[in-house]
Design a protein around this ligand. Structure first.
Ligand code: FDP
Length: 352
């Protein structure tokens, strides 16, 4: 994915964005939003860097968020930072995992922003990477809901901050994906790697294997086939990772490929998986596709899905294109099913 012009490594984010936005009012507004989110990310990174010295950021607040997940102290603080920085930004509507309803910030502003302020919050107290995910649309004339209840393919920008050993921003404005890193010496995000590409094929998968007994047949068969390694139908060994932090898994897939699965399963509460369509799956899917990967819910492209509820969940499978296409086959092609025993031992013939 080659961009026409690209700035040298180390260029400050603001310079990169302002140069790209030249002459476009919409891109200028997007730039303002991204820079505002960078301010929130720096505040969140500072809070995280204090660890237990900042109080128990991973403690339950005793409240559930809009979707029934328990809220941690840092979920609330991160949301406060995001709302504060976006209030003066060109944002008409803000949808957040931590808010029951869509907030109207500025009636005359052109953009709508969806945010998961603190993704992976079960990792806060164990000093493992967490993140902030965001998605930007034009605000719809038809109002708040219409601004978000639309296909993810209409996003005009998406990204995430990952708070790890360093703080990084993975960003797309619809023209490839760039990685920016927060330079602690200058307190500014600087270009670290332009035009990222997710390798099409690898031997690594990420899934919460403790849910094995709940999985539906296509996912169970795919994982069984991977686990059988060189002795199974895939004829090679696989490696597994599970950080339990969507941004961290995404970051790994950007750096060395692989697939991530949080599928639907047989439990009532997981009939649509766990992750949220508007502020988790859609922005990750835009980033992944912009880097040459794929993102599906099992059978359908995530970016074609039209949400009908603000906090709607979706199964999410994304990563290296050949691997995701293969998993889609497990969902749609009976030849990949364990029930079809004559084909079972020959599935290796279909290897990508
Ligand atoms: P968390 O609830 O800790 O915010 O967004 C939801 C998420 O984390 C993802 O980041 C992560 O991939 C997933 O949940 C982990 O779920 P499990 O605990 O079921 O593995």
């Amino acid at each position: 994915m080659e961009r026409q012009t690209s700035q040298p490594i180390g260029t400050p984010l603001e310079f990169c964005l302002r140069q790209r936005a030249a002459g476009s009012a919409q891109q200028a507004a997007v730039t303002d939003v991204i820079l505002a989110l960078c301010d929130a990310a720096q505040s969140i990174a500072r809070l995280l860097a204090k660890g237990p010295l900042g109080g128990s950021l991973g403690a339950e607040t005793g409240q559930d968020n809009s979707d029934g997940d328990s809220q941690k102290a840092l979920d609330v603080l991160a949301n406060d930072h995001v709302v504060r920085v976006l209030e003066p930004a060109p944002v008409r509507y803000l949808a957040s995992e931590e808010e029951d309803a869509i907030l109207t910030l500025r009636e005359d502003a052109p953009l709508a922003v969806a945010v998961d302020p603190l993704d992976g919050s079960s990792n806060i107290d164990v000093n493992v990477s967490v993140g902030t995910i965001f998605s930007v649309y034009t605000a719809s004339k038809e109002g708040a809901s219409a601004s978000f209840f639309r296909p993810g393919s209409e996003q005009i920008a998406a990204g995430y901050f990952v708070y790890g050993p360093h703080t990084a921003l993975m960003l797309t404005t619809g023209d490839g994906v760039d990685l920016f890193v927060l330079d602690p010496d200058y307190r500014t995000f600087r270009l670290a790697q332009p035009a990222l590409v997710i390798v099409p094929s690898t031997s690594e998968f990420a899934i919460n294997a403790s849910n094995y007994r709940h999985w539906l047949e296509p996912v169970r068969t795919f994982i069984d086939d991977c686990l059988e390694g060189v002795d199974g139908p895939r004829g090679k060994d696989f490696n597994m990772r599970w950080v339990a932090s969507l941004v961290a898994e995404t970051h790994r897939i950007f750096s060395r490929g692989g697939v991530f699965l949080y599928p639907a399963d047989m439990r009532e509460a997981y009939a649509n998986g766990r992750l949220r369509l508007i502020y988790e799956a859609a922005p990750i899917a835009m980033l992944v596709e912009q880097a040459g990967g794929l993102a599906i819910d099992g059978t359908r492209r995530i970016l074609d899905r039209i949400p009908t509820e603000l906090h709607q969940r979706t199964p999410l499978i994304f990563g290296s294109s050949e691997k995701v296409a293969r998993i889609q086959n497990y969902h749609t092609d009976p030849g990949y099913s364990r029930g079809q025993s004559p084909l079972f031992r020959t599935r290796g013939l279909f290897n990508a």
